[in-house]
Design a binder for this molecule. Structure first.
Ligand code: G4P
Length: 190
């Protein structure tokens, strides 16, 4: 997505060789028009995948996902991050480890919002190690539903997530693929 790449070059900052800061339009302040354009790209890619519902993970995935769900005319569900396990039987939960933040959380989905007939598109803002996307896919599959695909706003292609998701056979579509980060350096893959 050319507009996104231009925006990353204009307003993004490589904080290190692994972390890209995009607080001014995605993670803190949000640019609604850019989010809408993202929704159009995701819709165009996934429109023939038989998607029944779109899942995201709180919180920065929500804005681009709402815009996608609106344009695909589909319901959307936000997976919650809980600090500890809920022992009631009305939720699906899985432990996700964040390497970036060095912490674990329980990704949580109410059983009310998925059936085994669902074909779920998962959308998230960043793909780093793939742990969040894999956790979301585990919840979908535990419910007996299918993963229609995974939409990512910014993929850091030099980290392992993309290859892991590809190897598991998921259809991954990223709007921007960052190949390298460094001091004053942000490089994209085609
Ligand atoms: P993974 O799911 O691919 O394994 O990623 P990881 O756990 O390492 O990422 C944890 C959090 O850090 C996620 O946000 C993710 O979006 C964010 N993150 C990872 N790499 C970058 C980066 O280079 N830049 C920025 N800005 N964020 C990054 P989160 O905890 O879910 O927070 P949020 O969705 O509430 O923003």
């Amino acid at each position: 997505m050319e507009e996104l790449k231009k925006r990353i070059l204009k307003d993004g900052h490589a904080l290190s060789e692994t972390v890209l800061k995009v607080d001014s339009f995605l993670n803190h302040q949000v640019d609604p028009e850019l989010m809408y354009e993202m929704g159009t790209y995701f819709k165009n890619y996934f429109k023939n995948h038989g998607v029944t519902k779109i899942f995201t993970i709180e919180s920065s995935g929500i804005a681009p996902t709402v815009m996608t769900a609106m344009q695909m005319n589909l319901p959307m569900v936000t997976l919650k991050k809980q600090g500890s396990k809920i022992l009631k039987g009305d939720v699906y939960q899985t432990t996700v480890h964040s390497f970036t933040k060095s912490m674990d959380y329980e990704l949580t989905l109410s059983k009310k919002y998925i059936t085994e007939k669902d074909n779920i598109l998962i959308i998230d803002d960043f793909l780093a190690n793939g742990e969040a996307a894999l956790g979301a896919a585990r919840l979908v599959e535990e419910a007996g539903a299918k993963v229609a695909g995974i939409g990512i706003v910014i993929e850091k292609s030099f980290q392992p997530g993309r290859n892991i998701l590809d190897d598991k056979g998921y259809d991954v579509y990223s709007l921007a693929r960052v190949g390298k980060l460094g001091e004053n350096l942000i490089e994209f893959l085609e």
